[in-house]
Design a binder for this molecule. Structure first.
Ligand code: SF4
Ligand code: SF4
Ligand code: SF4
Length: 242
C-alpha cells in the first residue's frame, strides 16, 4: 500500500504549490511512491481522508479555514506546513489590524464586512509535525524533506544559517557594508538566493536553532534606525515559533 498524501491550501498566493509542480520529473518519481488522493490544484478527482501525510500551504484567516485545518489534523498521521505563510504567518501576516481595516474600506467600500482574522502560523491552531519554510519553498529542500518522510525518516532542519550559504556563494557581506540583513539568524536551505540577487535576507526560512537575535539587533542598530529594523522583522519573523 502506497502512503496516501493530501495537499491543501488556505489563504496565500499558491506559489509554493507551483514550486511543487515545477519539480516535474522529480515530482513524478515521488508520485510513483505515493498515492496523491487529494490535491485541488493538481488533479480533478479528489477523495476525503484519512491521510498518511497532509501538506498544507497558506494560513487560515476565516473560521471555515480554521475548522478545516482542525479536521485535517484529526484525519492525518503527519501534518506538514508548506511555505512561510503556513510556517510563519507569512506575507498575509505583515499588515497590522488597523492598517488592514483601512485597506478593506478603501478597496471594497465602507459597507464591506471583513471576514478575515489575523494571519497566523498553522501551529497557532494545531500540532504541526514539520515545517517546510520559504517564500516560496526551495525545490531541492522539498525533495530532500519529502524523500526523508517517504523513507520513514524524520526530516532534519538545517543547522546552519543563510550566512553559511552566502559565504559559499562568495557574496560580499551586506552587514560589513552597512546594509541590513537577517541572514545570521535565519535557517539555511535557500542558497542565499536573495543576497545573490542583490536583496537582503528577510528571514523567510524562519529562525535557526539558537539564533542570537539580540546580538544581530545590536549590529543593526549601528547601521540603521529602529523603524527599518522593525520593518525587517515584520516580514516573517514576528510570529515565529521555530
Ligand atoms: S509562502 Fe510565499 S510563495 Fe508560498 S504561498 Fe505564501 S506568499 Fe506564496
Ligand atoms: S550578506 Fe547577509 S546572509 Fe550574507 S553573510 Fe552577510 S549577513 Fe549573512
Ligand atoms: S535569503 Fe532569506 S529571505 Fe531570501 S529566500 Fe533565503 S531565507 Fe528567504
Amino acid at each position: 500500500m502506497k502512503p496516501k498524501i493530501a495537499i491543501y491550501d488556505f489563504t496565500d498566493c499558491e506559489g509554493c504549490q507551483v514550486k511543487l509542480i515545477e519539480l516535474k520529473e522529480k515530482l513524478l518519481v515521488l508520485e510513483k511512491r505515493v498515492d496523491i488522493v487529494n490535491w485541488r490544484l493538481g488533479q480533478e478527482n479528489n477523495k476525503p481522508g484519512p491521510f498518511d501525510i497532509c501538506i498544507i500551504e497558506g494560513t487560515p484567516i476565516t473560521q471555515h479555514e480554521i475548522d478545516l485545518l482542525k479536521e485535517l489534523r484529526e484525519q492525518s498521521n503527519i501534518l506538514i506546513g508548506l511555505g512561510s505563510c503556513a510556517t510563519l504567518g507569512g506575507i498575509s501576516g505583515i499588515m497590522d489590524k488597523s492598517e488592514r481595516k483601512k485597506w478593506y474600506k478603501k478597496i471594497y467600500g465602507e459597507s464591506y464586512k471583513p471576514r478575515g482574522i489575523d494571519a497566523l502560523p498553522l501551529s497557532s491552531y494545531v500540532k504541526v509535525n514539520f515545517l517546510i519554510h520559504g517564500c516560496p519553498v526551495n525545490g531541492d529542500e522539498l525533495v530532500r524533506i519529502l524523500s526523508d518522510l517517504l523513507a520513514g525518516k524524520e526530516p532534519k532542519y538545517r543547522e546552519y544559517s543563510v550566512c553559511f550559504e552566502c559565504k559559499q556563494a562568495n557574496n560580499e557581506c551586506r552587514l560589513i557594508n552597512g546594509k541590513p540583513c537577517l541572514g545570521p539568524i535565519t535557517q539555511g536551505g535557500c542558497g542565499a538566493i536573495c543576497i545573490q540577487g542583490g536583496s537582503p535576507c528577510y528571514g523567510c526560512f524562519g529562525l535557526r536553532e539558537e539564533s542570537e537575535k539580540e546580538n544581530l539587533v545590536k549590529v543593526l542598530e549601528k547601521i540603521t534606525d529602529k523603524k527599518t529594523i522593525n520593518r525587517y522583522f515584520s516580514m516573517f519573523l514576528n510570529k515565529v515559533n521555530k
